[in-house]
Ligand binder design. Structure first.
Ligand SMILES: [Zn+2]
Length: 240
């Protein structure tokens, strides 16, 4: 029998843990539901998309989202954040300064990837930088369950945050440090020499049995992440 998440087009990853693959760029958005708090991982590519996500999550959980974790500063992961006004937002150290400084870069990147210019400008105008900076790891108590936010980068960008959800199975939201639907995308803001080590940290966090949720594509296992680590090391000429 399908769960309410699955009926709404989400993929249930564990009890009270789900993700949705958004249209257009196949960007993953995650949700972790505790007794007192609802944490959302990434917010979509426009205010409209963020607002639709917020409404759907509220309908499915019966509660409003209260916290946001931003995995990295790319338009398809952060531009819906203002639709979650009132939530406490978390990002890797330096993400807040970058989102204040590089709004124009973000807007141009969104338009180049096909976001309507008006929607991109609106989202950037309202962009919400994270309220809390994560260096190392912090544990968030969501009521009856806690999650770990871990600054595992740099790699895909200079501000890569992973979310570990303990349980059975354990779930790791990887952001774009891991991609399944194609080779990991390395743009001008990637830090390739550090990327393989970031995947080592991800693997240390989740272990052998976790479900690893990529920023784009299907859920993978530890062996896939290890292979991607080796491919990246070969691609960028990084020795062990
Ligand atoms: Zn990205």
């Amino acid at each position: 029998m399908k769960t309410c998440w699955e009926e709404a087009g989400w993929e249930q990853l564990a009890p009270d843990v789900a993700r949705r693959r958004l249209p257009d760029w196949d960007c993953t958005v995650g949700v972790i539901v505790g007794r007192t708090d609802v944490l959302v991982v990434d917010t979509g590519s426009t205010l409209r998309e963020g607002a639709a996500l917020r409404a759907e999550i509220t309908r499915l959980t019966g509660r409003r989202p209260t916290r946001i974790a931003l995995t990295h500063p790319h338009f398809d992961h952060v531009l819906g954040t203002a639709a979650f006004a009132g939530c406490e937002a978390y990002g890797a150290t330096g993400l807040d300064a970058l989102l204040r400084r590089d709004r124009e870069v973000l807007r141009e990147d969104a338009v180049r990837h096909g976001v309507a210019p008006g929607a991109a400008a609106e989202a950037v105008d309202h962009l919400v930088p994270p309220h809390h900076a994560v260096s190392g790891e912090i544990s968030l108590d969501l009521g009856g369950r806690s999650v770990l936010l871990a600054n595992v980068g740099p790699g895909h960008t200079a501000h890569d945050l992973a979310v570990l959800v303990p349980g059975r199975p354990e779930v790791v939201f990887c952001g774009d440090l891991v991609e399944e639907s194609g080779p990991p995308q390395a743009g001008p803001d990637a830090i390739p020499s550090h990327w393989p080590a970031a995947l080592d940290r991800l693997l240390a966090l989740g272990g052998e049995d976790a479900r690893y949720v990529p920023g784009h594509g299907s859920v993978v296992d530890a062996a896939f992440v290890r292979d991607q680590r080796d491919e990246l090391a070969a691609r960028f000429g990084v020795s062990r």
